[in-house]
Design a protein around this ligand. Structure first.
Ligand code: C2E
Ligand code: CA
Ligand code: CA
Ligand code: CA
Length: 279
């Protein structure tokens, strides 16, 4: 028994070594991803639940490494958050979204709001504040068209510093959404403390909405809470018509999910919007 315990330990420790090595490889590769042009933003439409018009799109980062292939954001974003790369990567993401709004404005395309995910440490990034100050002052684009999405866990784990950064950005007129709402620390006091505009219901409550009475109760409760606080409520992970319909009946404001569209490249997004508006 003793030796099999030792073998197991050896097994786990070699697995852990392997994981640690893979992580170091990714971390090294990520340091060069930006300069080597391996990153790209994709955009997933957000739909008005009542009119079914496109009202916005969420910017989601994609990384394709020449040898390792496509690496999911759930893998590389946490690495970037740990080693500080999230500030330059996040700033780049914001610049992409703002650049897109500017191009649409120049082309006289109808503007939709763009939501960009941000990590807590970006709230204290002077480069982000400078960039957004410049953009909101000089682009001639309504700052309300920019929505910054932050998870409640990120916000709560950094509540002190985050609050200041959030207020400074909010003064520029940009909007804030709480992402993955319901999955984090559920200290609701922060809703009073932070100037928030929207709640985004996590897809884990949405995907099984019709089959799970607990999920339904949670979604109802989030909807009531949000609306009583004067916040918009968005549901993510809407995968079929029945769920979209139910969310509309529950009073949800915006819907996002594979039922409408997957995240896609800018050109595909533009074509998708054009096709939808001609219907
Ligand atoms: P998130 O912000 O909660 O984004 C929603 C995720 O759900 C996206 O995964 C999206 O592709 C996926 N999704 C959308 N509709 C559906 C659906 O109907 N069904 C299912 N099953 N999934 C759906 P993605 O693109 O892999 O991103 C994962 C996470 O990585 C994001 O979760 C966000 O936390 C993070 N992330 C992505 N891009 C960025 C970024 O630029 N900055 C930061 N800080 N985080 C990012
Ligand atoms: Ca998000
Ligand atoms: Ca989510
Ligand atoms: Ca469930």
């Amino acid at each position: 028994a003793k030796s099999s315990g030792r073998d197991q330990y050896r097994f786990f420790s070699s697995e852990l070594d392997k994981l640690a090595r893979e992580r170091r490889t990714l971390e090294q590769a990520l340091r060069h991803a930006l300069e080597r042009d391996e990153l790209e933003m994709h955009y997933q439409p957000r739909i008005d639940a009542r009119t079914l018009d496109v009202v916005g799109a969420e910017a989601l980062m994609r990384w394709t490494h020449p040898e390792l292939g496509s690496i999911p954001p759930n893998t590389f974003i946490p690495i970037a958050e740990e080693n500080g790369l999230i500030r330059p990567l996040g700033l780049w993401a914001m610049q992409q979204a703002c650049g897109l709004l500017q191009r649409w404005k120049a082309q006289r395309r109808p503007l939709i709001s763009l939501s960009v995910n941000i990590s807590a440490s970006q709230l204290a990034d002077p480069a982000l504040l400078d960039f957004l100050r410049d953009f909101t002052m000089h682009s001639g684009i309504d700052p309300q068209l920019l929505e910054l999405e932050i998870t409640e866990t990120q916000l709560m784990e950094n509540a002190g510093a985050a609050g200041q950064g959030l207020s400074a950005l909010r003064q520029l007129g940009v909007r804030f959404s709480i992402d993955d709402f319901g999955t984090g620390y559920s200290s609701l006091a922060y809703l009073k403390r932070f100037p928030i505009d929207k709640l985004k219901i996590d897809k884990s409550f949405v995907q099984d909405l019709l089959g799970d009475t607990t999920d339904l109760a949670i979604v109802r409760a989030i909807m009531a809470l949000g609306h009583n606080l004067g916040l918009g409520v968005v549901a993510e992970g809407v995968e079929n018509f029945a769920i979209a319909h139910q969310l509309k009946l529950l009073g949800c404001d915006e819907l996002q999910g594979y039922h409408f569209a997957r995240p896609m490249r800018v050109e595909a997004l533009e074509a998708w919007i054009d096709a939808r508006q001609q219907q």
